[in-house]
Design a protein around this ligand. Structure first.
Ligand code: 2P0
Length: 320
């Protein structure tokens, strides 16, 4: 009754921002992401009726704040009459800081829980269950380039390309550590309820998805770069125009953006994207990874730089 799974975060190139059903956690817009290779969450789940209650340990510390969400996810995967569970998770990167730790955590959680309880859900079902817990987690069930589409009352996942077919790199510039002020779930609702730009954001998403899907199909870096940066800045414009406004960037985020702009002016194949946090992610072709890493590490205020390739979806690993 125990299993361990590993999953990597994914970075959205066309962003999920806003829900059309908060009860089922269904997104208002589709999204396209890349699953990373070298950042990961390892999740161990053990069901045992002799336990007094569910428990959760994150990076060696008991975490009661996240426990209700984890317990709900286990109920959805295994059933409400399940045994009590001891869950422990470890990530090799800063959590709750805009690096999509909930994506890797919930993708790994559903895969581990499914195996520990011998439920044998299909990959599609696991993606749906991960998405109910955290929208972006559905995409980390799969590797490489992944599209999450709205499909009536459910979500549908499509693998656009495996990582090996277009091996891009991602350089993550850490501009601040520590948890963010407003979590994504709350921030999305504030955007939906108050941002004058929100309806236009939802309306235009299909065009951005179509453009990105075509660029990935043709492996055309410049076209993907243009639509991804546009989509990212549009999402942040929605947030900035919300009441209260949500500005996740800091001065160093802007320094990093400027460094990417200068590289682009020199003809380097790189573009940026930024999620609900202050870190900047630079996506580049492998030939550019050294110069991108060097320039971002030298940008004023950058605390650390991480480099990763694209990787595989969530999977079971050896329990010992
Ligand atoms: C994304 N983000 O597509 C977007 C871009 C952040 C900015 O998905 O409420 O933690 O748990 O479904 O998945 C972060 O939101 O939100 C996110 P919930 P989630 O990656």
């Amino acid at each position: 009754m125990r299993a361990t799974a590993r999953a990597q975060p994914n970075i959205a190139l066309i962003k999920y921002w806003g829900k059309r059903d908060t009860e089922q956690n269904l997104p208002a817009v589709g999204s396209i992401s890349i699953t990373l290779a070298d950042l990961f969450t390892t999740m161990r789940v053990e069901f045992d009726d002799s336990l007094p209650a569910d428990s959760l340990v994150v990076n060696d510390r008991q975490n009661d704040a996240m426990l209700p969400r984890v317990s709900r996810c286990l109920d959805a995967v295994v059933g409400g009459d399940r045994s009590r569970a001891a869950v422990s998770s470890a990530s090799n990167f800063p959590i709750a800081a805009g690096l999509a730790s909930s994506a890797s955590a919930f993708a790994a959680l559903v895969v581990a829980a499914d195996a520990a309880a011998e439920k044998q859900h299909s990959r599609e079902q696991l993606a749906g269950l991960a998405g109910m817990a955290s929208g972006s987690a559905a995409r980390s069930i799969y590797g490489g380039f992944v599209e999450l589409a709205n499909d009536g009352d459910s979500i549908r996942l499509a693998r656009l390309r495996p990582a090996a077919e277009w091996p891009l790199n991602v350089v993550v510039a850490i501009t601040a550590t520590g948890p963010k002020a407003v979590g994504s779930t709350q921030a999305m609702e504030t955007s939906r309820e108050t941002s004058p730009f929100y309806p236009r954001w939802v309306e235009q998403q299909q065009a951005d998805l179509d453009a990105a899907r075509a660029a990935i199909s043709d492996k055309e870096f410049a076209r993907l770069a243009t639509v991804a940066e546009h989509n990212c800045l549009k999402m942040h414009s929605v947030m900035w125009a919300s009441r209260p406004p949500m500005v996740y960037w800091n001065a160093t985020t802007l320094e990093c953006m400027d460094a990417v702009r200068q590289l682009q002016a020199d003809g380097v194949p790189v573009f940026f994207t930024i999620d609900a946090g202050p870190q900047l992610k630079a996506v580049c072709e492998p030939t550019a990874v050294d110069i991108v890493r060097e320039r971002l590490a030298a940008a004023p205020g950058v605390e650390a730089v991480m480099v990763t390739g694209l990787g595989a979806g969530a999977r079971l690993i050896d329990d010992d």
